[in-house]
Design a protein. Sequence first.
Length: 313
Amino acid sequence: MNGQLSAYLFPGQGSQYVGMGRLLAETFPVAGMTFDQADNALGIDLTALCFEGPAEVLNDTFNAQPALVATSIAALRALQNHWDSSPPAYVAGHSLGEFSALIAAGALSFEDGIRLVRERGRLMKEAGDQNPGGMVALLGLQIATVKQLCDEASAATGEYVGVANDNCPGQVVISGTLAALQEAVSRAQSAGAKRVVQLAVSIASHSPLMADAAEEFRQALEGVALRTPLIPVVVNVEARPLNDPQEIRQALIHQLTSPVRWTESVQWMIDHDTKRFVEVGPQQVLTGLMKRIDRSAERLSVDQVLGLDTSAQ
């Protein structure tokens, strides 16, 4: 590891795909055992859903969330067994990935975590049915501009739209009601957005439209043990590490209605001498974002590190 400080990054919803984790489980027994553990914890064949689909069932939010956590932790355990057993300096996860990060840090058990995110997904889906909305990625605008145009669109429509994810410089995701989103998109295009991408979701994640889900999720979290992390976890809501289990619990609740401050979270780790970032989970979404946040940082995916060729999947 050459004495460099490293961080493990865990992806969120949107990184799932049919076939994820199959090669990992076939190559590393500890990864296969992790999928078995997930199946037992949930009482469903999550493994078959990850490996074989169908895509429309895997993509359903209450399936996608535990599937991503299972795949990420399977990858983490393979990394620990076959690449580097020493812990990273920091861990962080993008939205849902924060649960994988907490498991990696020893703050949350794998079984509790995977059951929690299935319930989180169910509550988010339910909230989306009750308060329909959507999400749109805006490319080519800076965060301050996006915040301003969202405020203007909210004022013009009387409905909510705001920043959901500050992913990297020039890539901001907004979330809100359909009418407010449409108004914000129109303003973004007038402001010079290079691209506008409607995300394939019917929920307004990381917005006040998730308030009902957040309140119910609070109750689910009360029944789960959270411990002091063994590795600092840089959380989305604060963009800095939290150490106190009660503060972490509150951050997980607030995360449902608050923006993912990903750019700031990664920048915090860079400012604290982190030089290597390893994306632990399916695909390379966060590795791509890292390139836009700090091109000089070393960026690795778990497939690269473990020598897995998943291109055929």
